[in-house]
Ligand binder design. Structure first.
Ligand SMILES: Nc1ncnc2c1ncn2[C@@H]1O[C@H](COP(=O)(O)OP(=O)(O)OP(=O)(O)O)[C@@H](O)[C@H]1O
Length: 374
């Protein structure tokens, strides 16, 4: 397995517009890196450039210290796992996995030994002789992972590998791929538009929008310290609430006005230096739905909690938590709280917001003000 490094890589399909204006990205040896973003953000283009399926327009791609930019796919030793499995339906599990070795003319004994090893790793030995078309989607995808592994590639690319599976199989295969990737230390790039997949499987996530990397970090950092409004609103279900705010007083303690209505002290974590940066400019305040209390009993409220009265617009019961959408004077707010919430549309409710959990973004640039160097 090798490290993969993209240095100032650009891609234009028509020679005029840039689908990828310039990307710098490293997938460390043995790491799973997810490329995550909405449709058209450039995930597949990036994956195809790494695999050598699409030529790059500029920059360079390295596998360890080797510049592979001009090598074709066959010369890069990259294996792909596609969403539609791309197997030979009439061939057996064994023959599908053996295929990349057979076409390279490997000796029969070596093929048997390598295929057996991979089948054992993936729990496929018992169905070795079955035609793949008779298998479930999850089993077919395991065969396609086996076919990728048997080549002993430098890099495995997973292109939306779980998209065609039902939810049971999705969760099961997600766990299996993660376990395999960790135990076998596979350098892997995962392309997905599904944030749950990226968060649960990847060591790090590269969030993309319009061909540009927005943030590259661990799932936890991306969730807890989103670099900008795009990442904040893209990651998290239900999405983060984003409310207009403005600086009322730059003096200590810093006070913020929310949606022109209520004022609150911004809290210790908002460094005094930030006051100057945001004075005059608006801020966007991000609040995760789970960082609110719904109809909190007065006794349980901390003194620092900001209270908002509202009217329930919708209540969606969940398993261990419910989601409630509330119309307040400062706009519609989504909160998530431990179930069951005995609420219905039209009920009066009080939300308790804890400013220490707030995220502050620059209204002009969208950047997270708390992550910026003073
Ligand atoms: N073969 C192509 N010719 C011209 N433009 C292309 C081609 N493939 C992709 N693009 C453009 O490049 C940009 C990035 O597309 P890409 O398919 O890489 O995004 P994506 O994030 O993988 O989207 P999706 O999840 O829908 O596949 C888009 O604007 C798309 O229209």
């Amino acid at each position: 397995m090798k490290e993969v490094r993209l240095e100032n890589v650009t891609k234009s399909y028509d020679g005029v517009t840039l689908a990828i204006p310039g990307i710098n990205l490293v997938c460390a040896r043995g790491e799973m890196l997810a490329l995550l973003g909405p449709s058209g953000c450039g995930k597949s283009t990036t994956l195809k450039m790494i695999a050598g399926i699409e030529p790059i327009s500029d920059g360079a791609i390295f596998f360890d210290d080797t510049d592979v930019s001009d090598l074709d796919t066959a010369s890069r030793n990259v294996a792909m796992v596609f969403e539609d499995y791309a197997l030979y339906p009439h061939l057996s599990v064994f023959d599908n996995i053996a295929f990349p070795l057979s076409i390279r003319g490997k000796p029969k004994a070596e093929i048997t030994e390598r295929v057996e090893r991979v089948m054992k790793l993936l729990g496929l030995r018992e169905i070795s002789g079955e035609q793949v078309q008779q298998l479930s989607g999850g089993a077919q995808q395991r065969v396609s992972i086996g076919r990728a592994l048997v080549r002993e590639p430098d890099l495995i690319m997973f292109d939306e590998p779980l998209s065609h599976l039902d939810s049971d199989q999705k969760v099961q295969l997600r766990t299996e791929i993660k376990r395999l990737q960790q135990t076998s230390k596979l350098t892997s790039v995962l392309v997905t538009h599904d944030q749950n997949e990226a968060i649960s499987m990847a060591d790090r996530i590269a969030v993309m929008d319009k061909g540009v990397l927005q943030q590259v970090d661990t799932p936890s950092a991306i969730y807890n310290q989103p670099a900008n409004i795009f990442v904040a609103s893209f990651i998290g279900e239900p999405p983060m609430n984003l409310l207009d705010g403005s600086l009322v007083s730059a003096r200590n303690p810093l006070r913020i006005r929310l949606a022109g209505q209520c004022e609150f002290p911004a809290g210790e974590q908002v460094l005094p230096q930030l006051a100057q940066r945001i004075e005059g400019a608006g801020v966007v305040i991000g609040i995760r739905p789970e960082h609110m209390r719904v109809n909190p009993p007065q006794a349980g409220l901390s003194a620092s909690m900001l209270l908002l009265d509202g009217c329930v617009y919708a209540h969606e019961p969940g398993g261990d938590s419910d989601v409630v959408t509330v119309d307040t004077d400062i706009g519609r707010i989504v909160a998530e709280a431990p179930a069951p919430l005995m609420l219905a549309a039209g009920d009066s409710v009080q939300l308790g917001l804890e400013p220490t959990h707030f995220h502050y973004f620059c209204k002009d640039t969208g950047r997270n003000l708390l992550l910026e160097a003073p």
